[in-house]
Design a protein around this ligand. Sequence first.
Ligand code: IPM
Ligand code: MG
Length: 372
Amino acid sequence: MSKYRIVLMPGDGIGEDVMEAARMVLETLDLDDEYIPADIGWRFWCTEGNPLPERTIDILKTCSCALFGAITSKPKNDANKELAPQLHNRGLTYRSPIVTLRQMFDLYTNLRPCKAYQGNPLNYRDDIDLVIFRENTEGLYSGVEFYPLPDEVREKLMQYSPSMGRFKDIPADEIAVSLRVITQNGARRIMRQAFEYARRFGYPTVTVVEKPNILRETSGLMIREARTVASDYSEIELWETNIDAQMMWLLKNPNNYGVLVTSNMFGDILSDLAAQLVGGLGFASSGNIGDNFAIFEPTHGSAPKYAGQHKVNPTAMLLTIKLMLDWLGERDKAQKLEGAIAGVIAEAKVRTYDMGGTNSTIDMAKAVAERL
Ligand code: IPM
Ligand code: MG
């Protein structure tokens, strides 16, 4: 049996294109591995009423980790419309399969490095090296939501929170509630991961990005845990910022920051901004990491309009493989791969459309594979 069993889940749209690029590069890496394909995505919602079939979960449970392409998600009404006719009126609701997987496998760290590779014409500056730690299972993504708002829920909330009184007379179908749930354990473990990473890779600061002046309880808990964990890392400075100001400062002085750590929704927003600073979503890799399992995915979406055209930049996917190799403990191969990607970017011969070139997804993957 091979050392690693890696699930490949291309998903929707350009997920297939970038997975093809991934396979080319994986094949040249000479890992002792085997690949197991698995179904996920919008088409399985339409045909089976479930974008994350049980068979896929069974496969994931027997493997080392997974590589994921991209997923199409649509709002509630569209989701219902696109269901196969025989699946209508069965009370099925669409839920993002990647969010489900993050929670189901307790992949609590969402690791999103955003580094400027030299020679990338899309860099905002060339000295950016940010690493975002996004809590990946709680916060506003907890899935605790109400609409219409049941009377009992409203009454309980009014009983415990005077602020709820303002909403007491609003009709149930004119009010929606999404809860931001943060646990001490959830906050602590993401802080621990951020500090460990900063120590391992020599970052001098960890910035916790929250909004404790307004979200006194949930952000307050994040800050408390950040301070507790920070006390074990005397060589690393803890900076505390507010999410709104941090967005501004990241545009102003992105080179001032190293590791940033935050809750789920703030991390979602922050990581898109950070990605844009180093070339956009074509360069943004990510890992959903738990204690014993991980799913790696480029941060970009499924870009349906480019699906199957082999047009998009696969760099995000290739950097995602680099994260996967790191996680598997294959440091040498990870570094070689990153070097090859950086080399192709610096050489400027092969460029996809986002970088002003005319090369295809596959050309780019080939160039990286050749360097390897
Ligand atoms: C991301 C994406 C996802 C998220 C979507 C596709 C559910 O935006 O990974 O950043 O919101 O987490
Ligand atoms: Mg996002």
